[in-house]
Write a protein that binds this ligand. Structure first.
Ligand SMILES: O=C(O)c1ccccc1NCC(=O)[C@H](O)[C@H](O)COP(=O)(O)O
Length: 176
């Protein structure tokens, strides 16, 4: 199991996170999010020594916007949380970044629509992960959990991360 803590901004919180047994720290680069990390905060993050993987979270950003963040945010992973296509992700994979591709899961979600992304993942073993989040018109950060039993309909083999409204008391359920 991998654990990502998202929405990190303040250097002192990021330093505290370094002491925890987690794998990734997520930084939101979506300007409409209340957790958005601006340029000054990015420059503060650049000064930190990181012992976790850093994930930049984007919603329909341009390639140039992402490229500009690679060094300041010390990016290991790009989380594509909007309507990006596999060709866009492929260009990032070729820069040696990993991809977390987010999908907004609703009750009647059609997992067959992920075929193109599954092909990309097969071409880049160990580099592409799916992230299943709760559907919201704001793309993410709803704070709400979706009905995980919907995932019984997912028959693919790309490893996935669960997202949306996860709190500590769900720890045991997540392990099973
Ligand atoms: O966190 C946000 O504000 C956000 C906004 C737009 C797209 C993605 C966003 N977050 C990405 C994440 O990976 C969050 O951890 C995820 O949505 C779950 O957060 P929450 O719903 O608050 O539990």
């Amino acid at each position: 199991m991998i654990i990502k803590v998202c929405g990190m901004r303040e250097p002192k919180n990021i330093e505290a996170l370094q002491q925890l047994d987690i794998d990734f720290m997520g930084v939101i680069k979506y300007p409409k999010s209340k957790r958005f990390v601006d340029q000054d905060q990015s420059l503060a993050i650049e000064q930190l020594t990181m012992n976790k993987g850093t994930v930049g979270v984007y919603v329909n950003a341009s390639m140039q916007e992402i490229l500009n963040d690679i060094i300041p945010l010390q990016l290991d992973v790009v989380q594509l949380h909007g309507d990006e296509n596999p060709a866009f992700a492929k260009a990032l994979l070729e820069l040696d970044l990993k991809i977390f591709k987010a999908f907004q899961i609703s009750t009647d979600y059609d997992f067959d629509s992920l075929r193109n992304w599954e092909s990309l993942a097969a071409e880049h073993p160990g580099k592409v992960f799916f992230l299943f989040d709760t559907a919201t018109k704001h793309y993410g950060g709803s704070g709400k959990k979706f009905n995980w039993s919907i995932l019984e309909n997912y028959k693919g083999n790309v490893p996935f991360i669960l997202s949306g409204g996860i709190v500590q008391m769900m720890q045991q359920t997540l392990k099973t």
